[in-house]
Design a binder for this molecule. Structure first.
Ligand SMILES: *[C@@H]1O[C@H](CO)[C@@H](O)[C@H](O)[C@H]1NC(C)=O
Length: 340
């Protein structure tokens, strides 16, 4: 994984709260939630924020059709809703074959739907329990019942006021998080300009940089939109994209900042580090015509792209390029980056 992916995970921990009232129950594929580019037809409850895109939604719909075809009309009538709920949760986890179910929901599922169990999972442990409701539902119960489906959807603690700080006389009682942004698409960097404006800037992997004003609101237009130049794709595992952003240590005087992104260079892929300048007319917009390319490095593979940009206390710009990538780290006599 590149540092972009790590930063993304950290950012999501800090910021990634589902909009109020529309939580995704469990993103069990371990990918960060996002807003699908288009509404979902089969699992529309996850259209605003979730783990599913249109292609996956169509696959889930097809899966439901296949599973449903094993039921007669009466079975579909009594079990269809449960089946759809479970299929939409899209569990693809090495540790769980089925989502954690709350006892009452599990009992109803078992009563109406246990005949489809062998279609939903090949997990022998789950299948062995099929004949015994108490043991089956006991196995699907979660250690912390607030996370079981569907209670998790209605839990105020898990879906509302997520940023509320728990403080006592001596300060923070728990790890205190405050939501400052949501609805972002794969945020990979969050920096400030050091200019006393109390703004912060969030870069998305696809190539948009958003400015959040001192009062917390997001400026309507992106600060910078490099989507046309940035090389990436909607594939969740794509490590390429807009990966780094750093403001000049004396930005208030120079108006310059630096970006790091993947780009196409003829038949090759490259990483590119460029300088841009803020617009002369609008402090919340970059001048899109001000790009000055400082460095391009050909990428032998499309992963391990690095991406961090940092100014040191010495006011020099440090660029972290990654190690060239490809499965098995095959480059160089010792493998990627092993020989300093
Ligand atoms: C935040 O400040 C901006 C710029 O002054 C203003 O346009 C916007 O309405 C403010 N938003 C809120 C929520 O106060």
């Amino acid at each position: 994984m590149g540092p972009g992916a790590t930063a993304l995970g950290a950012l999501l921990l800090l910021l990634g709260q589902a909009p109020r009232g529309r939580p995704h129950p469990q993103c069990l594929d371990y990918k960060p939630p996002f807003q699908p580019p288009q509404p979902l037809a089969f699992c529309p409850e996850y259209s605003a924020f979730g783990c599913c895109d249109g292609r996956r939604d169509a696959q889930l719909s097809a899966r439901f059709q296949v599973l449903g075809s094993f039921l007669d009309p009466a079975g579909l009538q009594s079990c269809g809703r449960f089946l759809r709920d479970l299929v939409c949760q899209d569990v693809r986890s090495p540790v769980r074959a089925l989502p954690g179910l709350c006892p009452a929901y599990c009992a109803a599922f078992w009563l109406r739907c246990r005949s489809v169990l062998s279609l939903l999972t090949e997990d022998p442990a789950s299948l062995a329990l099929e004949g015994d409701r108490a043991r089956f539902c006991g196995a699907l119960e979660l250690g912390d019942p607030t996370y079981c489906y569907p209670a998790v959807l209605g839990s105020a603690a898990l879906s509302q006021g997520l940023g509320r700080v728990r403080e006592g006389a001596h300060g923070c009682l728990q790890l205190c998080l405050r939501e400052v942004a949501n609805g972002l698409r794969n945020p990979v960097a969050m920096v400030h300009a050091g200019d006393g404006s109390h703004r912060f800037f969030v870069a998305e992997q696809r190539g948009c940089v958003w400015v959040f004003l001192a009062n917390g609101s997001r400026a309507a237009r992106p600060f910078l939109d490099l989507r046309a130049a940035v090389l990436t794709s909607p594939w969740a595992g794509d490590e390429r994209g807009f990966l780094g952003l750093a403001f000049h240590p004396r930005f208030h005087a120079t108006g310059t900042f630096y970006v790091y992104y993947s780009a196409r260079a003829g038949p090759h892929e490259t990483i590119r580090v460029s300088q841009f300048r803020v617009s002369a007319h609008d402090p919340n917009a970059a001048d899109p015509r001000s790009e000055r390319i400082l460095l391009e490095v050909l990428e032998p593979a499309s992963n391990h792209n690095g991406g961090q940009l940092l100014f040191g206390a010495d006011e020099l710009l440090y660029i972290f390029t990654g190690d060239g990538g490809r499965a098995g780290d095959p480059f160089g006599a010792f493998g990627n980056a092993q020989n300093k």
